[in-house]
Design a protein around this ligand. Structure first.
Ligand code: PGA
Length: 259
């Protein structure tokens, strides 16, 4: 089953506010136990272990999964301020976003750094949501496919097809649509997702590509989720702003469940 909806909280919410939001989301999911979408939230790193403990206490039949928003490119060592993929795993976290455009643009994460982080996260046993996407100038120049191909080829270059199959999800997020209120049209999203699936097929096998979840991100909200998720290669969403309001996030999950 390819359907995934993942919330990216970014640097938002104090710990108690986030806990309340997480509980509201968990409760909303419990009310729809038959939904077939895998649901994740990515709270700020300092809260993850506590939230993981909190979720362990719930007995809901519908699981809410936690993801980190990034991890270090290194393993253990003298790297003040960094946290490693192994640390996340030991704190009960199973997923990590890597290569978000805000990390690439604001924190110097080149394709090379992203590749190191992906490789480390996969060898620690985490599932990676690999983010890719072009800036507006690339799209205007008709270079969006080449750009995204470069990001994905590089990020996955150290992984075997089996590792990609078991540990990687792709999130296509056109940078011009992130937090701007501007969404790619369903057709634009479908075109890029189909391109990405062909690329994964070339890197791995057609069978692996067929089962690879490819999520759309960039101003996805309750009002456009249904249309986006109706596209054959759009398997769900990576949701920023709308993941901070339980009602909106749950409406997006419901749109995915119904897709
Ligand atoms: P947005 O963010 O939904 O607020 O556009 C998406 C993301 O950055 O993952």
């Amino acid at each position: 089953m390819r359907k995934i909806v993942a919330g990216n909280w970014k640097s938002q919410k104090l710990m108690d506010e986030g806990l309340e939001l997480m509980r509201a989301i968990a409760e909303g999911l419990a009310n729809h136990p038959d939904g077939d979408t895998t649901v994740l939230i990515s709270p700020p790193a300092p809260y993850l272990a506590l939230y993981a403990n909190e979720l362990r206490k719930t007995t809901s039949s519908r699981k809410l999964n936690l993801s980190a928003q990034q991890c270090a490119a290194q393993g253990f060592g003298a790297f003040t301020g960094e946290f490693t993929a192994e640390m996340l795993k030991s704190a009960g976290i199973q997923h990590v976003l890597i290569g978000h455009s805000e990390r690439r643009d604001g924190f110097g994460e080149s394709n090379e750094v992203v590749q190191k982080k992906v490789t480390r996260a996969v060898s620690a046993g985490l599932k990676v949501i690999l983010c890719c996407g072009e800036h507006l100038d690339r799209r205007q120049a008709g270079e969006e496919e080449a750009w995204v191909e470069g990001q994905i080829q590089s990020a996955l270059s150290d992984l075997s097809p089996e590792q990609i199959q078991n540990h990687v999800v792709i999130a296509y997020e056109p940078v011009w649509a992130i937090g701007t209120g501007e969404t790619a049209t369903a057709q634009q999203a479908q075109q890029m997702h189909a391109f990405i699936r062909r690329l994964i097929s070339n890197i791995t096998t057609p069978e692996i590509a067929k089962h690879m979840p490819i999520l759309y991100g960039g101003s996805c909200k309750p009002s456009n989720a249904q249309e986006l998720f109706a596209e054959p290669d759009v398997d769900g969403g990576l949701i920023g702003g709308a993941s901070l309001v339980a009602e909106d996030f749950l409406a997006i999950v419901a749109a995915s469940d119904q897709a």
